[in-house]
Design a protein around this ligand. Sequence first.
Ligand SMILES: C[S@@+](CC[C@H](N)C(=O)[O-])C[C@H]1O[C@@H](n2cnc3c(N)ncnc32)[C@H](O)[C@@H]1O
Length: 283
Amino acid sequence: MPSVADIEAEFAARPWRALSPADLGPAAEVPTMLTPEERLLYHWLGRRVQGEGATVDLGAYAGGSAARLLSGLALSGRQFHVHSYDRFRSSRAFWSRFMPDEPLPETDDADLLPVVRRHLAPWEGHVTLHIGDIAEKRWTGGPIEILSVDAAKGAAIADHIAAEFFPALVPGRSILVQQDYLMAVQPWLPAQMVALRDCFVPLAHVPRVGLVFLSVGAVTSAALASARVGQLTDGKLMQRVRDAAAWHDGMVPRGRFKAMLEQVKANPGVRLGWQMKHAARRK
Ligand SMILES: C[S@@+](CC[C@H](N)C(=O)[O-])C[C@H]1O[C@@H](n2cnc3c(N)ncnc32)[C@H](O)[C@@H]1O
């Protein structure tokens, strides 16, 4: 079994960058909000799976992240299954931006399920779609080897995701991708992870905003209690963001955390990303 140092060295070499979109097969055509490098990373993560547990995709939208994980998993030589969670609804604005080739629905809150099922059809039998609010979902599926988080758009849901899914990660094996970790409007993510620094080792920053972690310690209820972010005051939230900046020094440019601190200052008490007003527009 590779050591933590072996895995750190493996990710530091960024082997996913040696892949090309053609390596992803039909997954390369599935619409996604992922950056080009993230698309390769997800496929590579699927390929390197060790068969230690399920793959969980929190925040699937049109199935882009799931498709890239599945295309890699299908080449891993292991048994595999992806659990994708989402409300599977879309605004017209997102639909036209990310799926310009699909007929535009007439109303907002359009059903994404028909397109998601079509996009994931090549891997039928290897995917379960968990439809609805993740805040109401429980995880009872055993160990998780890959956990992709792209739905922690508020502090309360970040707490729920940690409580439900992090305890299923396997120390020394499981990979956690915090997709929007460095978005200035989601400061609770670094605030949460820095409080769990005994349980996770940062492996790679995948520009612009993603961070990949290795699970190195069991996430216990005591650890979860100390990592909760939903009730933090602005002052405590900012202190945790500063602690995270120090933790990630050398991997993440400091300016990312400075932008988060500016957001908190400009939006006192706000704990939902889409309610954050842009700090730059503050007067
Ligand atoms: C940035 S998008 C995901 C992009 C996707 N991973 C891709 O590859 O294109 C975030 C998704 O999270 C979903 N989401 C956010 N909060 C959620 C919640 N509480 N319950 C279910 N889905 C949620 C949204 O519906 C949206 O589709």
